[in-house]
Design a protein around this ligand. Structure first.
Ligand SMILES: C[S@@+](CC[C@H](N)C(=O)[O-])C[C@H]1O[C@@H](n2cnc3c(N)ncnc32)[C@H](O)[C@@H]1O
Length: 257
């Protein structure tokens, strides 16, 4: 496993009434509980989950003027936009196909894909992040997003272990952590994930799993200047470039496309 620099967020509390809940949350997810005071003087890092029975919130106190945040999907205009880079990765031929998102994170991309009408199975490995994201989706009240949220089957686990169960899924979406030269472009939510770990998705295991599945298309988000030739020994059939990253599309059943 090429798990280079995983860092775990601390768990803390904003009011003394929440200490018990925070303790339980930290122990459930195998994270370290820290007092707010010790967090402020922490020399390792200052990424924290503020645990409260009402709401989980994230913050990186190392970032000046940061505030606790939850994911408000309405802040991500691309989700409901008519056109976007990610939406361009799908064509009419994909209609009716099921999508599996192997690196779900906050499910922002999964939601954007399901907004197009696709059923998406989204898998996130980190149990605390799964719980956080699940809460954010459940709390999302915007009526235009409800159908899209309902089309997401969100699971906690290692997608590389679970992938073989989803042989009826034909499109894979992959957004592994990658280094971005201009990180100022990344929103604070994505920045939070990026500061936790870098390149932890095991592409070798992914390549092996391709033999057992029935994938027709892989959509792989990568750094703008990364060389894709090493992935599945195929050249992308299409590359859709943004300002800071690109989507590489690999088509596995060329003759049917
Ligand atoms: C760049 S983030 C994905 C962000 C996501 N596309 C979104 O819209 O919020 C990568 C995520 O993949 C998760 N991840 C990495 N390897 C995984 C695996 N084998 N199984 C499931 N999740 C994994 C990481 O924990 C991290 O949350």
């Amino acid at each position: 496993m090429n798990n280079f620099t995983e860092r775990k967020p601390f768990v803390s509390y904003l009011s003394k009434n929440e200490i018990r809940f925070a303790e339980q949350f930290a122990s459930k997810h195998n994270l370290e509980l820290i007092t707010p005071r010790n967090l402020r003087i922490s020399e390792t890092h200052k990424q924290v989950i503020w645990a409260s029975a009402k709401n989980l919130a994230l913050q990186d106190l190392a970032i000046k003027n940061s505030k606790p945040f939850v994911i408000d999907y309405m802040d991500f205009k691309k989700i409901m936009a008519k056109s976007s880079l990610l939406k361009k990765c799908f064509s009419k031929k994909d209609i009716g196909r099921k999508v599996i998102d192997l690196t779900a994170g906050f499910c922002i991309d999964a939601l954007e894909i399901s907004f197009l009408g696709y059923s998406v199975t989204a898998i996130e490995k980190k149990s605390w992040l799964y719980e956080f994201t699940n809460q954010c989706m459940q709390n999302s009240k915007h009526k235009d997003l409800q159908h899209s949220i309902n089309r997401i089957d969100f699971l906690n686990g290692d997608s590389l272990d679970l992938i073989k169960k989803y042989s009826d899924h034909e499109i894979v979406y992959l957004d592994q952590m990658f280094e971005q030269k201009n990180d100022a472009r990344a929103k604070k939510e994505i920045q939070f994930l990026r500061n936790l770990d870098f390149e932890e998705f095991d592409l070798n295991r992914f390549k092996k799993s391709l033999k057992q599945n029935n994938f027709k298309k892989i959509i792989y988000k990568s750094a703008l200047h990364s060389n894709m030739s090493s992935l599945i020994n195929l050249k992308p059939s299409r590359v859709i470039k943004g300002k800071a990253f690109k989507y590489n599309i690999f088509t596995l059943d060329q003759e049917n496309e």
